[in-house]
Design a protein around this ligand. Structure first.
Ligand code: GDP
Length: 377
């Protein structure tokens, strides 16, 4: 190789080294190239966009909106105490008055009895409570207030029924949904209670279907559907003035078809005649039971209506076999004694209580919590 050839080779080699160095320097300045072929980027981009979930902050890990959880039972119990505590409630005031008496003479006991009777406790339970207390307190009187209060609590609890089974029967048979029939006079709170109950059930991951078998009032079906939409459960409706039993049947059929856990059927509460009521409720129940047994019949009773409410309750109990009582409006002006009297009269436990119009104002009834709320000062 002559000199010229050596020079050409040298220049070419130099040029290759310079070009290589420049190329490497440029590469370092660029972002690293993907190791794998580029994937469509819609997913990360979509995540970056502020969607409704991001705004509401209610998106679960699976991408579905998380369910709003109902208020914890302990908070509801605190509300029960507030509503029934001594200074707010005549029954509670009457009960506590005995503890603050200097001397337990005949007048004191007479006043005590009168207060309990006017607080809807009923004559029988009032006499039983008074006699038990007179017997227990005859020796010590109320000299030891803590002991007297414990005696009062014990006797009152016995009247309310501390060991009564108050659970709702929501166990369907043969893989079919449980069916809850809700009955009671219009305005007692049937629709509202169904809405609140559905909310609790949905929060327990139960699937629910509602049946608007009060076909006499268009507003009733509307209201039920509004509740259904709110908690995300379907509402089966029929034409206004249509056959309530047909709507109940369709609701249960839908529950079966969809594999629902619970079907709740709202009914009309027109106390026109006892025979009319009997025919209507009897037919609804018979027709439902062609498909599935009715597992729970809940009677709504407005706690503020006292003796009137009790008379209505008796009529319903005669026409359909009630399995549980829901006592609504135990907030407000209710005196509370009705809990004892209605259970005694109908031989059916109070299972749920309504403490207001809010979505979380339905509480499972617990004898101890109720008595403690009454006796809290
Ligand atoms: P229905 O005719 O038996 O279906 O009764 P609704 O459910 O329509 O209730 C009648 C009224 O009572 C409505 O204004 C409800 O908001 C109200 N209500 C229902 N339950 C309660 C409760 O526990 N407390 C109070 N204060 N109001 C209630």
């Amino acid at each position: 190789m002559d000199l010229i050839t050596w020079l050409i080779v040298g220049v070419l080699a130099f040029a290759v080294v310079v070009a290589g160095t420049m190329f490497l320097a440029r590469r370092r300045a660029l972002p690293p190239a993907p190791k794998t072929p580029a994937l469509p980027t819609t997913e990360p981009e979509a995540r970056a966009e502020p969607g409704p979930a991001a705004e509401g902050g209610q998106e679960s890990a699976t991408g579905t909106a998380t369910l709003e959880r109902p208020e914890a039972p302990s908070t509801r119990m605190a509300r029960l105490r507030r509503r029934l505590a001594g200074s707010n409630n005549p029954l509670a005031r009457g009960l506590l008055s005995i503890l603050s008496s200097d001397r337990l003479d005949a007048d004191v006991w007479d006043d005590f009895e009168a207060t309990l009777i006017t607080s809807d406790l009923g004559v029988g339970p009032t006499q039983e409570l008074t006699e038990a207390l007179r017997r227990e307190l005859v020796v010590d009187g109320v000299g030891d207030p803590a002991h007297a209060k414990a005696v009062l609590r014990h006797e009152l609890l016995n009247l309310v029924g501390p060991n009564t089974d108050r659970s709702l029967n929501l166990q369907g048979e043969d893989g079919k949904p449980a069916v809850v029939l809700v009955v009671g006079v219009n305005g007692t709170g049937k629709t509202t209670t169904i809405g609140k109950l559905s909310r609790v059930l949905v929060a327990e991951d139960k699937s629910v279907v509602l049946g608007a078998a009060d076909t006499f009032r268009a507003a009733a079906a509307e209201q039920l559907q509004t509740w259904g939409d709110r908690v995300g459960v379907p509402t089966v409706r029929g034409p206004e003035g249509g056959d309530p039993a047909a709507v109940a049947y369709q609701a249960v059929q839908r529950g079966i078809d969809e594999g629902a856990d619970v079907v709740i059927v709202d009914t009309a509460g027109r106390l026109h005649t006892k025979t009319g009521l009997m025919d209507e409720l009897g037919k609804i129940k018979r027709v439902i039971e062609k498909l599935a047994p009715v597992t729970e019949v809940l009677l709504l009773l407005d706690a503020t209506t006292g003796q009137n409410g009790l008379i209505q309750a008796r009529v319903f109990a005669e026409v359909v076999q009630i399995t549980g009582i829901v006592l609504s409006k135990l907030d407000g002006s209710a005196k509370g004694g009705i809990v004892v009297q209605v259970q005694r009269e109908l031989g059916v436990p109070v299972k749920l209580i309504g403490l207001g119009e809010g979505v979380d104002d339905l509480v499972p009834f617990e004898a101890e919590a109720f008595v403690d709320a009454l006796l809290s000062e």
